[in-house]
Design a protein around this ligand. Structure first.
Ligand SMILES: Cc1cc2nc3c(=O)[nH]c(=O)nc-3n(C[C@H](O)[C@H](O)[C@H](O)COP(=O)(O)OP(=O)(O)OC[C@H]3O[C@@H](n4cnc5c(N)ncnc54)[C@H](O)[C@@H]3O)c2cc1C
Length: 636
């Protein structure tokens, strides 16, 4: 069932070979094909713009009111590329190695190598679009470091890299809208995928303003619908980010890859109240200059400025002298949790560690620090009321990114023929832990450089029957969607969607978050079906389904989180090893680091939906490491 379609031959030639063997669609025939792209974030906008430019009829869907509001806009720190502008020893091979190792050997080598190769094209593409990357005095593009690497390969636009990249992709998209090749469908939410003769041939959407349920047919469907960290309720993701698109596709037959692989980011602003509904990231780039520490003494009550140097524990610098404050995210997060669990955390609830810029300000000067990170310090000041130029920031880990997603082959096609998946929505190239600044790289690689080859190859090599929305499969799927929406509104119980989401999120954080145990996961697996049952009997939605109704939108998305969460816990329970962000308390080295079990778990877990109330079936894609030898990760 899992045919990864990895090209043969040496890894550095695989992508070129694959591209040269792909079939092409004659320019005059391209306009006869229609392509649905769901998502207009970096991955979706890039794919839609490029496929439109090639001459296909593209229909691009987004639940936002403009592509510019996609969650990609939030990306702060930067985007990696093996340009070696710094002449500091970087190369495609090094980026490849860092990413395979950073992902704790749970990614597919062939995909990661291709990603490293394409990384260099992305920067050229974006510069040509006018993306204002930071430059050095001489005019060269500037770079900085991110965790888990020893070179400076991260390109950035102050603390707004995602926004600037998204504006570039948006302009390319709008150019195609003006040219008539791309039609935008905004405030339009995919609620199901339509399968005809085993192939993805369209989608069913709900107009978020009128409540209309519509069908759209095409030759190919591309999902670029982002990640699902909001399953934890509190996360750094935009509030609206959700799993509905990938989950509904999963229920139609697309396998879900490594759903339990989630990233807990070490530098977020700590939770300040139990009524909070959102967490805010402080970019990893801050770890270039900020020093992480906690007091040596448990239960310390003095202010940071009153704690002398010799009573501070710069625990990352002492435990990991080679990488120091720039260890990968999973390592930094686990260490922060550990020192807080020991009672050495700082701030009102003891759930925080310091990120201190005093030394950097002394070394570089206040103005330089302000230039590099000013907008991040401003965000911090607005949320906490504290001035991080004079007192250390307080940070704590929070859910941030999902390495899991729909399983895809080398062509980024899911197990449903004709259904492609790009960006954070696929199970991606990051294995069990994503290195900082690699999500933007992957999303844009997928959108600008991979899907524009693999989608046309599929079109050119597949005999597709003409299908339109009058086909019985559309009628049946639309009826199911309507029924589900009506069922949600009809519950008329007492609990708000948010209260279910909050309870689910807390459970996921406690049992499927930074540390996972057999007992905890079993507890969550027992409680989630009960909560789901209660949801369908006690949910309260105000308003109807034929109008703008954000409570209904939320409830609909939460109904999917309630199913996905169970699969995440099942996946986490099944994988009794620790790897990357997936830390099983039963599996660690004597020093407390994640202990992999390559003999039993060197595979991608791909889960197949077997129906409501049925246990999903596990398929395994074996992972082999020919080019980066398997080793215990060490950042010491
Ligand atoms: C605060 C923050 C900072 C980050 N900083 C960085 C960074 O510095 N560097 C880095 O590499 N990565 C960073 N990341 C990660 C990175 O931003 C994301 O992984 C990436 O932007 C995801 O892009 P995407 O195109 O896959 O999805 P998104 O940008 O999430 O876009 C999803 C799109 O799909 C649409 N959509 C979703 N579901 C549906 C549906 N059912 N129907 C219709 N439309 C739908 C949405 O409207 C949207 O247009 C950061 C993440 C966060 C949370």
């Amino acid at each position: 069932m899992l045919e990864a379609r990895i090209p043969s031959g040496p890894i550095e030639q695989q992508w070129d070979k694959c591209r040269s063997e792909m079939k092409l669609v004659n320019p005059a025939n391209r306009r006869k094909h229609s392509i649905i792209v769901v998502g207009a974030g970096l991955a979706g906008a890039a794919a839609a713009a490029t496929l439109g430019q090639q001459g296909y009829h593209v229909h691009c869907f987004s639940y936002h009111d403009t592509p510019r509001r996609a969650h990609s806009i939030a990306a702060q720190g930067g985007i990696n590329a093996a340009k070696n502008y710094r002449n500091d020893g970087d190369s495609i091979v090094r980026l490849f190695h860092d990413t395979v190792k950073g992902g704790d050997f749970r990614a597919r080598e062939a995909n990661v190598y291709r990603l490293a190769q394409i990384s260099v094209n992305i920067i050229d593409q974006c510069v040509a679009q006018g993306v204002p990357f930071a430059r050095e005095y001489g005019g060269l593009l500037d770079t900085r470091s991110f965790g888990g690497v020893q070179v400076q390969r991260t390109f950035y636009a102050r603390g707004q890299t995602g926004q600037q990249l998204l504006l570039g992709a948006y302009q390319a998209l709008e150019e195609q809208v003006a040219a008539g090749t791309v039609t935008m469908h905004i405030r339009s939410e995919l609620l199901d995928v339509v399968i005809v003769n085993g192939r993805a041939r369209g989608i069913v959407t709900r107009d978020l303003v009128t409540g209309h349920i519509d069908c759209h047919a095409a030759d190919v469907v591309v999902l670029a619908t982002g990640g699902y960290s909001n399953v934890f309720y509190l996360s750094t993701n935009a509030k609206a980010s959700n799993c509905t698109a990938i989950w509904r596709a999963h229920r139609r037959g697309a396998l879900c890859g490594n759903p339990c692989f989630t990233q807990i980011h070490p530098t977020c602003i700590p939770l300040s109240s139990e009524h909070q509904s959102k967490l805010t990231l402080m970019s990893e780039s801050l770890r270039n200059d900020g020093r992480v520490w906690v007091p040596k003494k448990k239960g310390e009550t003095r202010a940071a400025k009153d704690i002398p140097e010799n009573e501070r524990d710069y625990y990352l610098e002492s435990r990991y002298p080679s990488f120091g404050n720039l260890v990968p995210r999973d390592v930094a997060s686990r260490n922060a949790k550990e020192v807080c669990d020991e009672g050495r955390g700082v701030g009102p609830h003891g759930q925080g560690v310091y990120l201190d810029f005093a030394e950097a300000i002394h070394r570089l000067g206040l103005e330089t620090v302000r230039e590099k990170y000013g907008n991040l310090f401003d965000i911090y000041q607005r949320i906490t009321g504290e001035d991080a130029y004079t007192v250390p920031m307080r940070i704590y880990p929070a859910p941030h990114y999902t390495m899991g997603g729909l399983w895809v082959d080398y062509h980024l096609m899911s197990t449903i023929p004709g259904l492609f998946v790009g960006g954070e929505a696929n199970f991606s190239d990051h294995g069990a832990n994503r290195l900082g600044a690699s999500a933007l790289m992957q999303g844009l690689a997928d959108g600008y450089f991979i899907l524009p080859y693999t989608v046309p190859d599929y079109l050119a090599s597949t005999a597709l029957d003409p299908v339109d929305v009058s086909h019985a499969a559309f009628t049946a799927t639309k009826a199911e969607v309507k029924e589900r929406i009506e069922a949600l509104v009809a519950v008329k119980g007492k609990r708000s969607p948010d209260s279910f989401h909050r309870e689910l999120g807390k459970m996921m954080w406690d049992h499927c978050g930074m540390a996972r145990s057999d007992a905890g996961l079993r507890k969550a697996l027992a409680r989630i079906p009960e909560l789901r049952e209660e949801f369908w009997h006690n949910l309260r939605i105000v308003g109807g389904d034929d109008e703008l109704n954000q409570t209904l939108e939320k409830a609909n998305r939460i109904s999917d989180f309630l199913e996905l969460a169970e699969l995440m816990c099942r996946d986490a329970l099944d994988r009794t090893e620790s790897c990357g962000g997936h830390f099983r308390v039963e599996s660690h080295t004597p020093e407390g680091e994640a202990q992999r079990d390559d003999a039993h778990f060197s595979y991608t877990a791909a889960w197949e939906w077997q129906g409501s109330g049925q246990a999903p079936a596990l398929h395994k894609e074996p992972l082999t490491f020919e080019y980066v030898p398997l080793s215990q990760r060490s950042y010491k």
